[in-house]
Ligand binder design. Structure first.
Ligand SMILES: Nc1ncnc2c1ncn2[C@@H]1O[C@H](COP(=O)(O)OP(=O)(O)O)[C@@H](O)[C@H]1O
Ligand SMILES: [Mg+2]
Length: 544
């Protein structure tokens, strides 16, 4: 057998093995082809791939044992349209192009670029062979003979190259197939993963195509909620399932979402299901393509029916309690109000009686009578204060900028005026302002200062401080203080922690303060220690 034939066969077997080994390794396969061929059939080998629609070719691998040659070919490594490579087109259309001795004039006439390239590397002959497998074209193999010491290319070379081109085409086809299968498997895995997420989201998830707004996706939670299977829903739109007015509403919101390309939040919407009306909180999101055109509408709906029901029950219960409270207050008010007249009678007559009998009776009956008169007087005070408290609940709350510092000064001067003998150090932070009802705030300040003044009565160096920490106001004194475990109870009506004999009072002041502060959406609390003074804090909330 001729030496060259044997070598050719050897080459085929090497290349086939290489192809088989590298099949899935698409990117490294092509240089391997170029290398194997050029090594066996000197001198230069180029492998080009066709675009999928076979309208262009791109050189992807170049091999020559001389690196300078590869460099010279570098400028030609770009994608060519078929019209730009007449020799390549010719090979694709009619089969291998073979010129053992290049006819430069003829080439020049066909393509100056090809002639230029051949000249650049001193080409003497060439073979251009298409790579085909199973009827599909994959690319071209070009063999260029340039060295004078090598015999010109001949028919045997052509046969070997064509044979190799067939194997190479098969290898490329396999590689592409493997790649496709792999990416298909990956895609399936990703799809399954996303499916699992969508199906397991406990809220209804649906997707509609932007054009007709027909459903393309509907998850399990949606099936359960509506009582309609995804299979029944897909391809249909809202008008196939819901009452007209409802479908109109849904469609309007869908269109709005798509037109504005923005999320639309529908906090509450009723929907007819197999199990009756349900309430949904729905968010609609436009899904846009790369060009920004909305293609789909994604909807996520949470079933808020139970929550709504619970809210309604809670509201009703609250209303009932509030009504009952109001009635009770009105009732207490009317009783207190009606008690005033008879009480005035008792007071008036006991006074008259005391005057009339004067010295005519013993000390004892007079003392009883005096006690009776005092008790009636105390009751009258209680009733007046209770009525005051009731009025505060009913009074309108009108906010304005209130100068707390000024109110404090005027309250203190009132207290000092009533008890001139007392010496109390009062420290007031200047510029205390609050957005509140001025009349009601004055009552708050009066009551807190009243207490501070009263409970410091037994101190030699009494001190009262009024100021602000952040948004919290405080009134601090160094008076009698109280047991901190009862700090919360002070604000109840008639709640007192001190004996009447020790410190007089009715126990309505702090209840009034608390009511006013709560009407302002603020908070009030107290800190204290027995014998070590007390601090009362309050905030005033914003108008709602
Ligand atoms: N500055 C204070 N220092 C100590 N205890 C106080 C102070 N302010 C209020 N208290 C306690 O809280 C109770 C309730 O106060 P309040 O409602 O104003 O009633 P009153 O002043 O009529 O006793 C008081 O009786 C007292 O025990
Ligand atoms: Mg008081």
């Amino acid at each position: 057998m001729e030496k060259r034939v044997r070598r050719g066969l050897q080459l085929v077997s090497t290349v086939v093995r290489t192809f088989a080994e590298r099949t899935p390794d698409y990117e490294r396969l092509l240089p391997a082809i170029a290398w194997a061929i050029a090594d066996a059939i000197p001198d230069t080998c180029l492998v080009s791939l066709c675009s999928e629609d076979c309208t262009a070719v791109t050189p992807v691998a170049t091999y020559d044992s001389d690196p300078a040659i590869i460099e010279k070919l570098a400028p030609y490594r770009r994608t060519y349209g078929l019209a730009e490579t007449p020799i390549g087109s010719e090979a694709i259309e009619r089969g291998s192009q073979f010129q053992p001795a290049i006819d430069y004039d003829a080439i020049e006439a066909l393509s100056t670029r090809s002639a230029e390239m051949f000249r650049a590397i001193g080409a003497r002959g060439f073979i251009v062979t298409p790579m085909r497998a199973a009827g599909d074209l994959f690319g071209l193999i070009t063999i260029i003979r340039r060295r004078a010491e090598h015999a010109p290319l001949d028919e045997l070379d052509l046969e070997i190259v064509e044979d190799l081109a067939g194997h190479a085409a098969l290898a490329i086809m396999n590689a592409r197939l493997v790649k496709k299968l792999e990416s298909g498997a990956k895609l399936r895995e990703t799809t399954q993963f996303l499916d699992a997420i969508i199906e397991n989201i406990p809220d209804m998830v649906f997707v509609k195509e932007a054009d007709r707004l027909s459903f393309v996706r509907f998850n399990r939670a949606g099936e359960t909620l509506l009582g309609v299977s995804a299979a029944d829903l897909i391809g249909k739109n809202d008008y196939d399932f819901f009452p007209l007015a409802e479908a109109d509403f849904f469609t309007k919101k869908d269109r709005e979402t798509l037109a504005n390309k923005q999320l639309v939040d529908i906090p509450e919407e009723p929907i007819q299901t197999r199990a009756g009306t349900r309430w949904l909180h729905t968010k609609k999101v436009p899904l846009v393509d790369d060009s920004g055109t909305p293609r789909y509408l994604l909807g996520i709906s949470q079933d808020i029916t139970e929550r709504k029901r619970a809210d309604a029950l809670l509201r009703a219960a609250k209303e009932t309690v509030e009504n009952a409270n109001r009635e009770l207050e009105a009732f207490a008010y009317s009783i207190a109000h009606d008690l005033r007249a008879p009480l005035r009678g008792i007071l008036g007559y006991s006074e008259a009686l005391l005057e009339d009998i004067g010295d005519k009776v013993d000390d004892k009956p007079r003392e009883y009578l005096t006690r009776m008169k005092e008790a009636a007087g105390r009751m009258a005070t209680l009733i007046e204060e209770l009525l005051g408290l009731a009025r505060i609940t009913q009074a309108d709350l009108v906010r304005s900028r209130v100068d707390l510092t000024a109110i404090v000064h005027s309250a203190i001067s009132g207290l000092q005026h009533a008890e001139k003998h007392r010496k109390v150090e009062v420290v007031v932070q200047p510029g205390l302002f609050v957005e509140a009802d001025p009349h009601l705030m004055a009552i708050v300040v009066d009551n807190l200062l009243d207490n501070a003044w009263k409970f410091t009565a037994k101190r030699d160096a009494a001190r009262i401080e009024i100021g602000q920490l952040g948004n919290t106001f405080f009134v601090r004194d160094n008076g009698a203080g109280f047991d901190p475990q009862y700090a919360d109870q002070l604000f109840g009506v008639f709640r007192r922690l001190h004996m009447q004999e020790e410190f007089e009072g009715t126990g309505i002041g702090l209840a009034t303060v608390a009511r006013i502060i709560h009407r302002h959406h603020g908070q009030v609390w107290a800190e204290g220690q027995l014998g070590k003074g007390a601090t009362f804090f309050f905030t005033v909330g914003d108008a709602l």
